[in-house]
Design a protein. Structure first.
Length: 585
């Protein structure tokens, strides 16, 4: 079942979807790139996916179906296991006697059809559909967290045996805890919590014990949301199960513990960083989800743009010196550093890191985990790294004067050093380093570039609502923001018209939908990038304040995070409210 390019070409022209000239150019490009004509037509947006699929269905004589509003019976949907349905974009949606109708995107995937035929012992009737239709149907595999836990607690709650009932001050027996952790209901509950977190692209899971219940919270796009309330009786079992997975001491309840474990399936590979902390009502567990297969990030995808992006690429290409990334916890500093390392990770380069913790594993990069309890600190690790013949060194964080001094010396002796600092602005990095007893003239001669960043939530495009600022809102914003400068940038970059003023500019607010209740999905960075000019070097040597350096950098053309945020708001990527929330304006 294959549509030849010549057939597709004839039917596209017959349907009047494009001109002969445009089609000829697409055909020429397909030959040059050695791609199918259909793929080039889609990439160039000459035809939509739905138009293309309907044409293919017509040519092959296979009906087109749309499953977006179809409610598929559970027993039919599950004839094809979810991992296969996801990987091959194929859905079982209707059965009559021994015939099973399946909707698919690729009519050439005969191997999958044959597999389903053997597994189900049914005659397979293929139907063509598009990706939106498949996505809608795939959602029906997943129950909501409440529904799944409602069933779990109902079915399994009575099967959970409290193996050890101890009074205050008594220690639970290690063997008892091991038995609790291995109970099937406890395993199912923990697996369900992890599975839903992965599907919802959660960054952190919080399991918090209260006096009579457990609250489970998910951090999605930087915001914590209550996900589930569970009965208190299963708390020790859930904590014990997580301790078993992360190889921690089961009978230690008085001290904090840190561990790690990994989940690998055909669809994803996720590493979980585990932190367990004793609190008044038990042990609080926080799990950070670190996708190990999140490749292909670029500085552009992170949110860098225009002149800021050019400055970043220029600094990255330098063979020595230092690049710092600043911002509070959770602002995406580590992701920026890993993206830079990914750009620099070439065959002829030796990259070594010292980190606490190692968040993502990267091939061909020598990553060292800090272990302060045995004396492997950032400073000691860095001291050893420079003897390993590195070209590029990444230090997870500069925390003290010894690490700062070693990092500066490494940058002076021909290495490119990447690191992070906890400061609120790019200019704030200089006083912070001087506080660490670093000589100002060394700072001025080694640092090439400083990023400062925050993460803002992106508006979900399907439900965003257009609006314009009122005169009162413009006046209020103008009290703390240089609106003239932002307007000039918007005009220069042709985001708004040359004659447009603030009352003419369209902004967006998040709407609400069942799929995206708060109207935001995903995050992007807002940045300021401070390049060290000769005049800024002079101020550093004079130990100028952060405000003085910031003022000079802005006069030399540095775009602030707030200004970068407003440009992204004018582009409809995020909202003004979100920009003001993260920049504390």
């Amino acid at each position: 079942m294959r549509v030849e390019d010549s057939q597709l070409k004839a039917f596209i022209l017959d349907a009047g979807l494009t001109t002969k000239e445009e089609l000829a150019k697409a055909e020429e490009k397909a030959k040059k790139l050695k791609k199918r004509l259909a793929q080039v037509l889609l990439n160039q947006k000459i035809v939509t996916e739905e138009q293309l699929t309907k044409l293919q269905a017509y040519i092959l004589g296979i009906p087109f179906v749309n499953l977006e509003k179809e409610i598929i019976p559970k027993e039919i949907l599950q004839i094809i296991p979810e991992p296969i349905a996801r990987r091959h974009n194929i859905i079982a949606f209707r059965q009559k006697d021994k015939e099973l109708e399946v909707a698919m995107i690729d009519p050439e995937d005969l191997q999958t059809i044959e597999f389903i035929k053997k597994k189900s012992d049914l005659k397979i009737i293929p139907r063509l559909t598009n990706s939106d239709s498949i996505k809608a149907a795939l959602k029906q595999y997943q129950k909501t967290l409440e529904a799944e836990f409602g069933d779990l607690i109902k079915e399994e709650g009575t099967k959970i045996k409290i193996i050890s009932e101890k009074g205050d001050g008594e220690k639970e027996n290690k063997e008892d805890l091991e038995k609790t952790a291995e109970q099937m209901p406890i395993i199912r509950i923990v697996d369900t919590l992890l599975k839903h977190a992965i599907l919802q692209q959660v960054s952190d899971i919080h399991i918090e014990p209260l006096e009579k219940e457990i609250i489970v919270r998910y951090r999605i796009d930087g915001i914590l949301h209550d996900a589930m309330i569970l009965p208190k009786k299963i708390h020790s079992g859930v904590v014990a199960r997580i301790k078993v997975l992360s190889n921690l001491k089961l009978d230690e309840h008085r001290l904090p513990q840190d561990g790690r474990f990994k989940i690998e399936t055909e669809d994803y590979k996720i590493s979980f960083r585990v932190s367990i902390l004793p609190v008044y009502d038990g042990e609080k567990v926080v799990l950070r989800l670190l996708p190990e297969d999140s490749k292909g990030l670029t500085l552009e995808k992170l949110g860098l743009r225009g002149e800021t992006l050019e400055k970043a690429h220029q600094a990255i290409k330098k063979p020595n010196g230092m690049i710092l990334v600043t911002g509070p916890t959770g602002s995406g500093k580590t992701t920026t550093l890993y993206t830079i390392m990914d750009i620099l990770n070439e065959l002829g380069v030796n990259i070594a890191t010292v980190e606490d913790p190692i968040e993502y594993r990267m091939p061909r990069i020598n990553q060292t985990q800090v272990k302060a309890q045995i004396g492997l600190t950032f400073a000691n690790g860095l001291r050893s790294l420079v003897r390993q013949d590195p070209d590029i060194i990444m230090v997870g964080e500069i925390r003290d004067n010894e690490t700062a001094s070693l990092a500066i010396n490494a940058a002076l002796t021909g290495h490119l050093v990447l690191s992070t600092l906890h400061t609120n602005s790019a200019a704030g990095a200089f006083p912070r380093l001087i506080d660490m007893k670093t000589e100002p003239f060394l700072i001025a001669s080694t640092i090439n570039l400083i990023f400062a960043q925050r993460l803002v939530r992106k508006i979900y495009p399907d439900v965003k609502q257009k609006y314009k600022l009122t005169a009162a809102e413009i006046k209020r914003l103008g009290t703390g923001i240089n609106l003239d400068k932002i307007l000039k940038i918007l005009r220069q970059e042709k985001i708004v018209g040359v004659k447009d003023d603030w009352p003419d500019i369209e902004f967006y607010r998040p709407g609400k939908s069942e799929e995206c209740p708060d109207g935001y999905k995903g995050r992007i960075g807002i940045y300021e990038v401070l390049k060290i000019s000769e005049s800024i070097k002079e101020l550093i040597v004079k130990e100028a304040t952060a405000d003085q350096i910031q003022e000079l950098a802005i006069s030399e053309g540095m775009m602030t995070m707030l200004e970068d945020g407003f440009i992204k708001a004018a582009q409809g990527i995020t909202s003004i409210e979100e920009i003001l929330r993260v920049t504390d304006e």
